[in-house]
Unconditional design. Structure first.
Length: 235
């Protein structure tokens, strides 16, 4: 079968990661959570007290960071490892969410992560979600999707997600964090969040997770079929 690259971009708490995981599982593709990579870098910077205003310190720290994903056989989750340690739960906490947009706006960080992401997707057959996959990491991706949703709905979803992990946070605080992240993500100088010209816009405000996965899977199936037809036409 002809393999493609699926780039899923969009705002935080729109269902990008969960949807991308579902699509990858359906297609038998690898799933790469680029947001988790930036969160892992943020955790490393936080625990090692890296100054975000010191480029030399940042560059040196990035040389010591190794991020990979491993499937947990007990829960079926694709979990994030930072220098050999499972940091999946820690990187989802609000203190990381409050800092990750600032860290991911740093050019040195973006260059290091983009290089890793491009290596991961070189063989195709991947679903990758983030902020700049269709515009910077893989502008040649066969399928690009841009996801959005109402900020209040996104805040409610985030609150439920945190509650499931035992964190009780005020909805207003979560909404402030979402607005702050949106502002930083869309206005940063390096690789700002924006919809690629050839991306399909998907508003998930009133969609169930199953509906999101089904829509993206159908779009992927169409692209894969188109890729096969083009290949056959040239043979």
């Amino acid at each position: 079968m002809s393999k493609i690259i699926i780039a899923v971009d969009g705002y935080s708490s729109c269902g990008k990661s969960t949807t991308a995981k579902g699509v990858a599982a359906h297609l038998g593709y690898a799933y790469i959570d680029t947001g988790a990579m930036y969160r892992a870098v943020t955790l490393y910077f936080h625990t090692h007290h890296i100054a975000l205003t010191n480029p030399k310190e940042i560059t040196k720290a990035l040389e010591s960071i190794k991020i990979d994903f491993r499937r947990n056989p007990e829960n079926g989750r694709n979990e994030t490892y930072l220098n050999g340690l499972n940091v999946e739960d820690e990187i989802r906490k609000l203190y990381i969410a409050n800092w990750v947009s600032e860290v991911s706006a740093i050019s040195e960080v973006r260059r290091a992560m983009v290089a890793q992401q491009q290596r991961m997707g070189k063989a195709k057959g991947v679903v990758m979600d983030g902020r700049d996959i269709g515009t910077v990491v893989f502008p040649e991706a066969e399928l690009k999707v841009f996801m959005t949703a109402d900020p209040h709905i996104r805040a409610q979803r985030r609150q439920i997600e945190l509650l499931e992990k035992g964190e009780m946070l005020d909805l207003e605080d979560i909404l402030k964090n979402i607005h702050k992240r949106d502002q930083i993500d869309t206005t940063r100088a390096d690789s700002p969040l924006r919809q690629a010209a050839d991306a399909t816009l998907v508003d998930t405000s009133f969609m169930t997770l199953d509906e999101q996965i089904e829509l993206l899977t159908n779009l992927a199936d169409e692209k894969i079929s188109s890729s096969i037809r083009q290949r056959n036409a040239h043979e």
